[in-house]
Design a protein around this ligand. Sequence first.
Ligand code: NDP
Ligand code: HSE
Length: 431
Amino acid sequence: MINIGLLGCGTVGSGIVKLLRKNAELISRRSGDDIVIKRVLERDREKCPELGLKPEMITQNWADIRDDAEIDIVVELIGGIEPAFQFVTEAMKQGKHVVSANKDLIAVKGRELFDTARENGVDFYFEASVAGGIPIVYPMKQSLAGNEVNEVIGILNGTTNYILTKMSREQSDFSEVLAEAQQLGYAEADPTSDVEGLDAARKIAILSSIAFNSRVTLDDVYVEGITSITAEDIKYGAELGYVIKLLAIAKQDDKGRIQVRVHPAFLPNNHPLAAVNDAFNAVFVHGDAVGEIMHYGRGAGQMPTASAVAGDIIEITRNIKNNNIARIGCTCYEEKTVLDINQLSAEYYIRMTVKDRPGVLAAIAGVLGNHNVSLATVLQKGRGENDAELVMITHEVMEKDLRDSLKVLEGMDIVRAINNVIRMEGTNRTE
Ligand code: NDP
Ligand code: HSE
């Protein structure tokens, strides 16, 4: 029998209790042993009886799990960095294997956790920490291990994808749809880490570490959220054949330097990620042998996330049964340079309000040209009494050049406002 010590019986913790019970027989046959929840660390005792857990299984004292020599696997589902980091570290030091869904913890403390797992000869699995129920961590470490991966692009946050999808379909404004997402229970009560891009940044830090074999932490990720996106931007983008998504992007150049960023981006309508709507997640990977692949599904929610946690528990059980533990450990054995956002080369959408009089467009194009910013498309949109709105798409230019040119434009009296600048992605796809 394999005994589990479960930390946290909230949304995902309850899900794993239910799933291990519902599919007990098939899980036992697939893993080669019975998997039993022995103890549960939970502050709120009221949550547990509803799940059929006996009162004597519940504890508020972590040491009851840590010091129980019969517990083989600790499943950490309390979230946050502390005390989760302490619990996971101490569990490994006691020779216990660990499963965690905690992206906050892994994106910041991944290196220390892997070192501790290696030193103590235990397994550390964390499939649910990125994109909930979608299998991506394990496939990247195993099924795609024969590839040089040079691109991983994800829609990794369900809340923001729901908001942008709704804004696109209904031409509504951000704040309206955010309130709706909160009412429907998609967004957190405090949705800051969703809408400011931090949740997606944690997930792409984890994925890029695996893809490029180099430790990427949250601090290495350039992050912009979706709060500045307006219905106008979405409408103008749509007229030009683009859809807006909050993308988590990790790329490696031919010199082995990497770029990891989260920001809203316009994608061409025919890009596979453009069709990922509502609260769904997807991860698009390009490998030199496999070409393009896309993993799609539910990136959050009780049972989808429990599905990923159960897969990890089963895999560790197989490893224990076959005396084959610590088979796939940390894959970050290189130290790659992470490029600054100013070194990005991309196409950009720019929306600005300018004075509506002869010579203005020529003056703006002149400033952009002086900074090596070349324009592919210019449209005049709204027209006020004395003002006009311009929408421009650039050719591929350096971010630094664009930023320098915008600084000059901001200081010119013909430019009333630079309303938005949005990067374009996936415009050069050849497959
Ligand atoms: P919840 O808040 O629903 O559950 C966490 C549970 O752990 C709560 O019952 C909480 O109790 C309890 N808890 C927290 N700290 C302690 C502690 N020190 N001692 C005892 N109990 C504690 O979170 P979720 O289930 O949603 O998330 C769990 C993990 O899974 C997180 O890392 C999250 O990022 C990750 N995840 C969640 C997904 C989802 O869809 N929900 C998707 C993918 C990953 P209390 O409420 O009293 O604080
Ligand atoms: N808040 C996250 C999302 C779910 O909206 O995708 C857990 O990662």
